[in-house]
Design a protein around this ligand. Sequence first.
Ligand SMILES: Nc1nc2c(ncn2[C@@H]2O[C@H](COP(=O)(O)OP(=O)(O)OP(=O)(O)O)[C@@H](O)[C@H]2O)c(=O)[nH]1
Ligand SMILES: [Zn+2]
Length: 353
Amino acid sequence: MSLIPTLAETVSRARTDLRMGLPVVVGDYLAAAVETLSAPRLAEMRALGPAALAVTDWRAATLKARVYDGDLARIALPAEADLAWLRAIADPAGDLMTPLKGPLQSLRGGDSEPHRAAIALAKSAQLLPAVLMVAISAPHAGLTALPAAATLAQLTTEVHLAPVAAARLPLAAAQNSKLHIFRPDNGEIEHYAVEIGDPPRDQPVLARLHSACYTGDVLGSLKCDCGPQLHAALDAMGQNGAGVLLYLNQEGRGIGLANKMRAYSLQNQGFDTVDANHRLGFEDDERDFRIGAEILRRLGFSTVRLMTNNPRKVTTLESHGITVAERVPLVTPTNRFNEHYLAIKADKSGHLL
Ligand SMILES: Nc1nc2c(ncn2[C@@H]2O[C@H](COP(=O)(O)OP(=O)(O)OP(=O)(O)O)[C@@H](O)[C@H]2O)c(=O)[nH]1
Ligand SMILES: [Zn+2]
């Protein structure tokens, strides 16, 4: 029995399958991510019966497709639809050049839970949320199979993390520092905690939940404020003599670096940071800050002085057992490339400046 994969393990496998272009079984459907689907597999899936493309309500709005299923739409595949058609529906890169893909016919009635679970899986694999679905009547040997409702529940449940390793890591900002690695129990990427000094566990600790930003943190991109915020937070903790910075691997507000670059490309076309996410089919913020609460707890902290301008970080920590004794604003100098981005975050995402 213990050698049989659990639901969490099977979900993690399914994520990898979709990334490689392999369909998975969700409920009574074969599901394949459009982004990674090959022409031969598309042909094989189409031969099984009528196919539909599941997209989120956000993507459907841009495509002007009717939404009958709340947060998603099931678009019927026209007879002539090929891989190029599917990709144009999934990926907004060419929307402005070929605005009319329709008329698109959305399916109505019946069960959309497998489609919802398949979209959640694609998102958790950091793929575009567009999934080709075909009903099947018999199991497919060799393919990863999942129940729909339980998969959705698994994908939204709180992630638990275990400490893996920790070691001293002298930093420019503070010589007495330690890096802790935490591994989630759902097969996803690890998250890190930088502990500065020896913060007493029975007092509020100066803390920061930093979301990974390869472009800002590593390359010094001027398009956002992540790099300067990362270093300002570490410097403040160094000066304070103690602090904890969680480096959460939630690149691109949780959509991953490839999708963030798709969003940047849409921003080059004139869309703002929030609209770009929506056109891709994502929420404006797909991050799960409960991970932050869990790591703080694991490290023995229960009260923080949180460096952030994002009220959602404060409320999520508070509702998951961490007291935010104080919000410490973290404002860094703007430049001509990130002014607009920061204004949109204040305007549309409720950031306090
Ligand atoms: N999808 C997307 N993600 C972005 C964009 N610009 C930056 N990011 C990501 O946004 C995250 C940082 O989020 P911010 O909104 O800047 O700040 P915050 O963490 O919510 O709030 P603060 O605590 O106040 O800094 C990082 O994961 C970045 O990779 C963008 O245009 N699109
Ligand atoms: Zn950034």
